[in-house]
Design a binder for this molecule. Sequence first.
Ligand code: NAD
Length: 257
Amino acid sequence: MEGKVALVTGSTSGIGLGIAKELLKNGCEVILTGSRSKENATAAINEAKASGSVVHYIQCDLSSKVDTLCNEVDKIYPGGIDILVNNAGINFVKYIDEYPVEKWNELIAINLTAPFLLIRHCLPKMRNKRWGRIINISSVQGTISAPGKAPYATSKHGIIGLTKGVALEVAAQGITVNAISPAWVDTPLVQVQFEKYARENNISVDKTKEIFLEKSQPTKQMIDTAQLGQLVVFLCSYGGASMTGSVLTMDGGYTAQ
Ligand code: NAD
């Protein structure tokens, strides 16, 4: 993968940073993105730099400024990128009657519209190279759902539809498009959910994690971001070249039950 350029959205923490680090270890040049300023993303940038040599950072609010990200990427790599990982995402848990419309709009914009716009932007240059890898991060919520998670599940089901449709459109052009569906991964996104549950039930966050893993994740282990990163690396390798339009679950047995 030496010389390949990857754009990983939402890579200042959690899964995105884990994926970026594995791509860097395998010789890729990586553009990290996040909503934080470069100063506030310094720790993540340094962590990524410890895994590889060429790391860029672009700050961008994907709820409204995808164009800005596209322009900045074009300035750094006029020939385009090779690997697009649509990872940035938010979650907001509330029953549908009380779900603020503004939150729905923001969630759909970040989790679904931004990947659509980024794919449209990146495809023409991938076609020129007759090589491209697009990996969309869905969730087990792309297959099932849970009370309070209808909007999140809508976005994660939606990105699977986007994955399959685009995969078919570009299948003969050297470009693969796949989705990855993780269950519980220990990141700031789920930490917020665990903290809320812990507060409401007057228990510790560690106990909360234990309860959630016990009831839903048969391995009883949180998924490691490096494991997701290595799956992305596989999809970009020769071994993954015939996989397209697929949804790969990495869920500790969550959806096998
Ligand atoms: P995280 O909160 O650690 O990271 C989210 C990233 O998205 C950050 O880099 C943040 O800067 C970026 N981001 C958020 N809002 C943004 C905005 N408006 N503009 C630009 N960037 C923005 O979350 P994570 O758990 O690593 O989640 C990454 C992806 O994995 C998400 O799509 C999430 O839905 C999905 N996912 C997570 C889990 C899990 O258990 N953590 C499980 C399944 C799927």
